[in-house]
Design a protein around this ligand. Structure first.
Ligand code: ADP
Ligand code: MG
Length: 156
């Protein structure tokens, strides 16, 4: 299966939130459950992008990092969004105790920071967003094996 790639540049925090909003609109209209992995070092902008994604669903407020709770749920009419931060996850098996499978059911959108911490237990992602520092801004590399999802992504 060919992997589809798209690269975006976000020059500052506002551009990052705006790109998150564009992606959020795609996710909101997507007809089935989605798992998105957010890769990048501490401070790359994973949570900032998540704030934009949630804004597209109608969440105008702050987004706190679920560093200790591991996951934060946001319920919308369109779908429930789960925002994971697995940075402090000790063992992927802890996800089993959390009832991880329930989070990936039905029509949910799962945004996962530090997915490598849950390797072997997390499902395969539909989309991988890798964020890296580029000058004062950030570059975002999006990869998906889904032609349908790739076709919906914003123009680069
Ligand atoms: P992470 O969740 O990856 O650890 P955060 O989203 O908490 O990172 O963001 C870390 C910092 O990077 C914040 O101060 C934020 O304002 C800044 N930031 C986010 N996106 C960008 C960007 N595109 N350009 C410059 N700074 C950014
Ligand atoms: Mg974060």
């Amino acid at each position: 299966m060919p992997t589809h790639q798209a690269v975006y540049i976000a020059d500052n925090e506002a551009a990052m939130v705006a790109l998150g909003e564009q992606l959020g609109r795609v996710f909101a209209q997507y007809p089935s459950a989605l798992t998105v992995h957010l890769l990048g070092d501490l401070g790359a902008g994973k949570t900032t992008l998540t704030r934009g994604i949630l804004r597209a669903f109608g969440h105008a407020g702050a987004v706190k990092s679920p560093t200790y709770t591991l996951v934060e749920a946001y319920e919308f009419a369109a779908r429930t969004v789960y925002h994971f931060d697995l940075y402090r996850l000790g063992d992927p098996e802890e996800l089993e105790y959390m009832g991880i499978r329930d989070y990936f059911s039905a029509n949910t959108l799962c945004l996962i920071e530090w997915p490598a911490r849950g390797e072997g237990v997390l499902p395969v992602p539909d989309l991988v967003v890798a964020i890296s520092v580029a000058g004062d801004g950030r570059s975002l590399n999006l990869r998906t094996d889904s032609a349908a999802l790739a076709a919906l992504l914003p123009p680069t």
